[in-house]
Design a protein around this ligand. Structure first.
Ligand SMILES: Nc1ncnc2c1ncn2[C@@H]1O[C@H](COP(=O)(O)OP(=O)(O)O)[C@@H](O)[C@H]1O
Ligand SMILES: O=C(OP(=O)(O)O)[C@H](O)COP(=O)(O)O
Length: 415
């Protein structure tokens, strides 16, 4: 059992997850090369392999659910590659089932035997999965009603998606005995322990492209007075620069407009005017139409912004070196292109060299932690979560954790 504020979260030992038919929700949503469609990183796949191996050792039959990307985005692809990588990291075959709630998947699941592992297709192909709603409502979806009768136990290991109140994350605990998987257990236990409200200054380095999510997170961090300073990068920085009235140039404003982000400017401006401790870059690395790459000051931008500049790196690094806790999520630049990784790499280096405790989160961000780099576990926590990590640290109750608590209490467990 894990206690998180007033929630009691059951673990595998609390539901006797042995010799059963297990439905396992993991989050192996990974960075994808936009040109080739190939996975760029398998950190999350490797992390969840540990939970699958643990369930295998308990003589279970395991059917895995996960998502990849969002419909309409370049990284919304099949989970076929993920099955191959899971097989590699687990050391046994994970059979990819190119179906989710159709007759083929149902028949295969009915026949599964202990020791066998299936990975169903990208769960976001089921339209219901894109709708967020309370657990009781999600329990009535086709996804939950079609799959739940086939299983004994539901295990939620998807910490990185725990902030989504979607059917595959909050619906099953209403109808099945449920528990947190090993990744979920480790993340929640570790973060609850290391994130001491007294530790200060706490610095958040927030970049990436999920601007709407990150704006909500910054509103929560600011309201709960969790962050002493918020250093922005990526598209998040561009939103706040525009909100501050900086002229980013027509091309960059068109980028923000094409992603539907201009409507967020008033909320960003309100945060700035409220005195939220938000820093924006003073210079950027840009690329012009003719392919010329240059470093430009924020008040004289001519190219398309691709990364943060050297003066910003210097200033941000000085703040990082003074911090007691540094939390980093979302890259500073378009890291799929190796020419625009310097900002992210430089700030990661500053964080690892600083005396503070470092928490790294987000699928793209953890892919930037150099493979083989010596991580001092006493001062670095590599989280599988990004948005989920930040909302948890901001003091939010994550819907997936609340659903597990509900499942435990409703089946007579002591809260
Ligand atoms: N200046 C920028 N302009 C456009 N996209 C950016 C920029 N900086 C970063 N990105 C994009 O942000 C994406 C990662 O964002 P996000 O998913 O929020 O990070 P994480 O997976 O670490 O949580 C990457 O695909 C990257 O190309
Ligand atoms: O990658 C994820 O979040 P992250 O980008 O905050 O790390 C999770 O898989 C959630 O994905 P979503 O933000 O498309 O729901």
């Amino acid at each position: 059992m894990i206690k998180v504020s007033d929630l009691s979260i059951p673990t595998l030992d609390d539901v006797n997850a042995s010799n059963k038919k297990i439905l396992l929700r993991i989050d192996i949503n990974s960075p994808v090369d936009k040109k080739t469609g190939k996975l760029l990183d398998d950190s999350r796949i490797k992390a969840h392999a540990y939970t699958v191996k643990n369930l295998l050792e308990r003589d279970n039959a395991i059917v895995i659910l996960s998502h990849q990307g969002r419909p309409g985005d370049d990284d919304f692809i099949s989970l076929q590659q993920h099955a191959e990588l899971l097989s590699k990291h687990i050391g046994t075959n994970v059979e990819f089932i190119e179906d989710i709630i159709g007759p083929y998947a149902i028949e295969k699941v009915k026949k599964i035997e202990k020791g066998q592992i299936y990975l169903l297709e990208n769960v976001r192909l089921v339209s219901e999965e894109l709708i967020e709603a309370p657990p009781a409502q999600q329990a009535k979806t086709f996804l939950v009603r079609k799959l739940s009768p086939l299983f004994d136990i539901y295990v939620n290991d998807a910490f990185a998606a725990a902030h989504r109140s979607q059917p595959s994350l909050v619906g099953f605990p209403i109808v099945l005995p449920s528990a947190a998987g090993k990744v979920m257990e480790k993340e929640v236990s570790a973060l609850a322990k290391i994130f001491n409200p007294e530790d200060s200054p706490k610095i958040f380095v927030l970049g990436g492209g999920k601007v709407s999510d990150t704006l909500k997170i910054i509103e929560h961090l600011s309201k709960n007075r969790v962050a002493d300073r918020i250093l922005t990068g990526g598209l998040v920085a561009e939103l706040f620069a525009a909100a501050k009235g900086i002229n980013l140039g027509k091309a960059n404003m068109q980028v923000l407009e094409s992603k539907g982000l201009l409507s967020l400017i008033p909320r960003a401006r309100k945060l700035l005017l409220s005195g939220a401790p938000i820093e924006i870059p003073v210079d950027f690395i840009t690329e012009k139409q003719n392919g010329e790459i240059s470093e430009e000051p924020a008040n004289n931008i001519n190219g398309i912004i691709k990364d943060i500049g050297s003066t910003t790196i210097e200033i941000y690094s000085s703040f990082i070196k003074e911090a007691k806790v540094i939390t980093m999520r979302g890259p500073m630049g378009i890291i799929e292109d190796e020419r625009f990784r310097n900002g992210t790499k430089s700030l990661l280096k500053s964080a690892f060299e600083s005396p503070g405790y470092v928490i790294i989160g987000g699928g793209h961000m953890i892919s930037m932690v150099e493979k083989g780099i010596e991580i001092n576990e006493n001062k670095v926590h590599i989280s599988t979560g990004g948005g989920a990590l930040l909302l948890f640290l901001a003091g939010d109750k994550l819907p997936a954790l609340e659903a597990l608590h509900l499942s435990w209490v409703s089946k007579g467990g002591k809260s």
